[in-house]
Design a protein around this ligand. Structure first.
Ligand code: MSP
Length: 533
């Protein structure tokens, strides 16, 4: 359908649109970091890529949050939405589109979409009775609830009883089409555990869901009946589509889906899987729009074993974390230490230990001491050695030959921890190799050719590791590349993608004596454990 899709292998992905009931916490940062890494990797592969993020600003949860601060909703959401943008800058997140669901252009898209679904006959007026969790903005089945009618995701909140006239979307009509989708596209929902969860849910029989509210003003009026406000999720999901509008384009569906659409990937947390893997495809089917390729539901970050969340009041302040430790440290820790898809706990001692071990010691010291040896033993110049001079069974080259491909597959599967671990295997092997080869002894014995081979092999391995890690730790990778004589800033992505394409830089053996090495300087300062007061 889109021109861009036909010409090149484009890649468009979304983060969820975050609720603005409070400032962002590390849970919201987690998805966005993963999305940013994914988009950066696609760019290195040479694929035009688009990262959509934004904020979900309507509904009762936000309305109440604004009231509790004594602010008008619009004023309140303007303030909080800005906080997300600030955090993304601090974390080196390079998004392409930031959609706010209060954007007037969004209303036009929502109206047109609603009209299509209405004309299809998939919307009707009915009576909604049930338990509602305002924090989830979702009705819950009685059997899902904890004792005292508490929400399992927000156990500190009681659900509220509702009995009101609402408009409904005929989800039940799409039961077999959805089942057919999950069967014909087994990769549509990932990881496998989430796919099973959705299949089980759908197997129980889909119920129509209500898409309007009568007791909430903060939202778009239902086009067919302005006494009703559109349900926040119906409005929010469509934000993904509005985000695709070019700035000057007239806000209509045809313009919005003319480029980048359909999405290649929706990255979300596991709590909002149903909305993305069941409701959203059914809504798109009803409106006659193509479906996304893949929905990936990651796990929760926990603190002391409990989901961290704004509504739970046990969040870790991401701004403080980034200001204390730096963006690369935060990005690396969460992606390396937690299997994407599984839950993971944050612990500051572990955080510091991992970063010191991997980035300060294994990677940082390796580069530093090797560059210093090049200064001492080779006059500061890279030896005139090329890939061909190093035998394929050299312990580092043997690991490095397939590394690019292994890491590519891992990034594409969103197995970030596996990508980082594979890269760190080369780094650790490099440390061992240099200790085993002892170039200082070889030098004393006058074996200059061997000294040069060892140093070349190690520096080239560090280069490859830095390149492959650049989506995760762009600043550190840029620093390493600059010390190796490449004028590259991985945060200037278009330039980096053009100058350091994966097809050449993703392979071992690129370094040559054409490079003028820079002054060795530490790339990552050791972190100290916080003092207990
Ligand atoms: N506004 C909806 C999404 C609408 S998308 C059209 C929403 N917002 S949210 O701010 O509550 O959550 C956004 C994302 O953050 C979700 O994917 C959620 O899973 C994720 N996280 C919230 N807390 C989290 C953790 N503690 N850990 C990891 N991610 C978590 O839902």
């Amino acid at each position: 359908m889109s021109l861009a899709k036909n010409i090149e292998k484009t890649f468009a992905l979304t983060t969820p649109l975050y609720y603005v009931n409070d400032l962002p916490h590390i849970g919201s940062a987690y998805t966005t970091i993963a999305a940013d890494v994914t988009v950066r990797f696609q760019r290195l592969l040479g694929n035009p890529a688009l990262l959509v993020t934004g904020t979900d600003e309507h509904g009762q949860k936000i309305q109440r949050a604004a009231e509790s601060k004594g602010k008008a909703p619009q004023e309140f959401v303007d303030e909080i939405s800005g906080g997300f943008d600030t955090l993304w800058h601090l974390l080196d997140i390079k998004y392409d589109r930031f959609i706010r669901t209060t954007d007037p252009r969004h209303e036009a898209i929502v109206k047109e979409f609603f009209q299509r679904v209405w004309e299809k006959g998939d919307i009707y007026l009915g009576q909604q009775k049930g338990w509602y969790c305002v924090s989830c903005e979702e009705f819950k089945e009685e059997r899902e609830l904890l004792p005292e009618h508490r929400c399992p995701i927000h156990p500190n909140k009681e659900v509220e009883w509702r009995d009101e006239g609402n408009y409904f979307f005929r989800l039940s009509q799409y039961q077999s089409q959805l089942e057919e989708l999950y069967t014909s596209k087994p990769d549509f929902i990932q990881p496998e555990s989430r796919r099973k969860e959705v299949l089980n849910f759908v197997k129980q029989g889909l119920q129509d869901f209500s898409i309007s509210r009568v007791n909430v003003d903060w939202g778009f009026p239902v086009p067919a009946d302005s006494k009703h406000t559109l349900y926040v999720w119906f409005d929010a999901l469509l934000g993904y589509i509005t985000a695709l509008l070019e700035p000057e384009a007239e806000p209509n569906l045809a313009n919005a889906v003319s480029q980048w659409y359909p999405f290649n990937l929706h990255l979300i947390g596991k709590d909002i899987l149903r909305f993305h893997a069941v409701y959203w495809p059914a809504m798109l089917m009803s409106a006659g729009l193509p479906l996304p390729d893949r929905v990936f539901g990651h796990g929760f970050l926990t603190k002391d074993g409990q989901k961290m969340g704004k509504s739970m009041g046990n969040t870790l302040d991401p701004i403080a974390l980034v200001k204390t430790y730096g963006a690369d440290a935060v990005r690396y820790y969460f992606l390396k230490e937690i299997e994407f898809g599984k839950d993971g706990d944050f612990n500051e001692v572990r955080f510091i230990n991992v970063l010191n071990a991997d980035l300060a010691n294994d990677l940082g010291n390796l580069l530093n001491r090797t560059l210093n040896m090049v200064k001492k033993y080779c006059g500061g110049n890279l030896p005139a050695i090329t890939n061909e001079d190093i035998p394929n069974d050299n312990p580092l080259k043997a690991i490095a030959l397939d590394l690019g491909e292994t890491v590519k597959v891992a990034y594409e599967r969103l197995a970030f921890n596996q990508a980082c671990e594979a890269i760190m295997t080369l780094v650790q092997a490099s440390n061992k190799y240099i200790d085993d080869q002892a170039p200082w002894t070889l030098y004393k014995k006058g074996h200059q050719a061997s000294v040069e081979q060892v140093l070349y092999t190690v520096l080239e391995s560090v280069r490859l590791a830095a390149y492959l890690l650049s989506p995760v730790i762009p600043k550190i990778s840029s620093d390493i590349y600059q010390q190796l004589g490449f004028g590259v800033d991985f945060n200037l992505q278009a330039v980096a993608a053009a100058n350091t394409p994966f097809c050449t830089h993703g392979k071992w053996g690129l370094l040559s004596n054409q490079q003028t090495l820079g002054e060795p300087r530490p790339i990552f300062k050791r972190l100290e454990l916080p003092q207990n007061d």
